[in-house]
Ligand binder design. Structure first.
Ligand code: GDP
Ligand code: MG
Ligand code: ZN
Length: 310
């Protein structure tokens, strides 16, 4: 039987078969997945083969095989950079929930998220939630960010779960797809899931008690279905950031779509676009052809990679 993994809790996996039946299953044997040294052999989003356990008293289910992953997103283990933890697999896209107030998502955070998506070849959409509490200042900032990200090629949606605006547009992009849902704690991910997934009652955080860094959940990714629009969303609570996994400095600019188009015009093919002569990126920047703020993000990421590598 073919099934898809919805949740992983250590050695047990929650899987769902084509007829909508959910099972708890274990792994049979050890899986070695080609070229990947991950700490978890099976991840949420995986397609697996399921068999009934023979001779088992409790009639358990066993995962006996895994389909090749179309793609996956992983996180580097802080302790050992050769150990990766696969967060989710077989994704069609990735949606980042951001807010401009209570709490404010920084541009740097958004840009690192977008770079990660580019590096994994997974397209990203940015949803700014809590539009209902935006005042003049935040509305202006939203317009600025929207223009900046749209000209880089990303879709940007303004939403308010409180006022029920923008929700249809978000559901439209989720329709018929598997989507990774990310964002800082407090941006409204759980509220969104409760609203769109039938029968969900995830705990949400009161804004008054929100203290940013203090919140540490240990929950792993979990997939939810929106049957009416045939959508699957993978929630990643407790995952604050994926980190710039294994991106060499030389490659970083490939993951900024607005830079990617110009790279061939630089005088040196190993140009880092910082202070090399004949740099097409710097030239375009001087001519106002792409966002200075995005360039600043690029430079900051470049520095952080340098620190890590040496
Ligand atoms: N004003 C306002 N508050 C919201 C909105 N969406 C969610 N919230 C609140 O933001 C807080 C954090 O939401 P939660 O869903 O727990 O965020 P999560 O940490 O991303 O899962 C809760 O108090 C929600 O009620 C919104 O559109 N507007
Ligand atoms: Mg939550
Ligand atoms: Zn250059």
């Amino acid at each position: 039987m073919r099934a898809r993994v919805y949740k992983s809790t250590g050695s047990w996996y929650t899987v769902k078969t084509g007829d909508g039946q959910m099972y708890l299953a274990r792994i049979k044997g050890i899986f070695k997945i080609e070229g990947i040294t991950s700490t978890n052999p099976i991840a949420v989003g995986d397609w697996v083969n399921l068999e009934e356990e023979e001779g088992g008293e409790e009639n358990g289910m066993m995962i006996t095989g895994i389909d090749e992953r179309k793609n996956y997103i992983n996180r580097q283990s802080p302790a050992n950079k050769h150990h990766h933890h696969i967060i989710a697999s077989n994704l069609d896209q990735s949606v980042l929930f951001a807010t401009l107030k209570d709490p404010k998502t920084s541009q740097g955070f958004i840009d690192r998220f977008l770079v990660t998506g580019e590096a994994f070849h997974i397209s990203s959409i940015i949803v700014f939630n809590k539009a209902d509490i935006y005042r003049k200042k935040e509305i202006e900032l939203f317009e600025e960010r929207k223009e900046m990200y749209e000209s880089a090629g990303y879709k940007v949606i303004l939403m308010s779960l409180e006022n029920n605006t923008g929700l249809e547009e978000v559901e439209e992009i989720l329709s018929n797809k598997t989507t990774l849902l990310s964002g800082h704690s407090g941006v409204g991910k759980s509220s969104f899931i409760n609203l769109v997934v039938p029968g969900m009652t995830l705990k949400t955080q009161g804004v008054s008690g929100w203290s940013g860094k203090g919140l540490h959940t240990t929950t792993f990714a979990e997939m939810y279905d929106l049957p009416s629009i045939n959508a699957h969303i993978i929630d990643t609570p407790g995952i604050r950031e994926f980190g710039l996994v294994d991106i060499p400095r030389q490659e970083l600019s490939h993951y900024f779509p607005e830079m990617r188009a110009l790279l061939n015009d630089c005088q040196f093919n190993n140009c880092l676009h910082v202070n090399e002569p004949g740099c097409a990126i710097k030239k375009a920047l001087g001519e106002g052809k792409f966002s200075f703020n995005r360039y600043v993000s690029y430079c900051m990421m470049l520095e952080s990679i340098e620190e890590k590598s040496y």
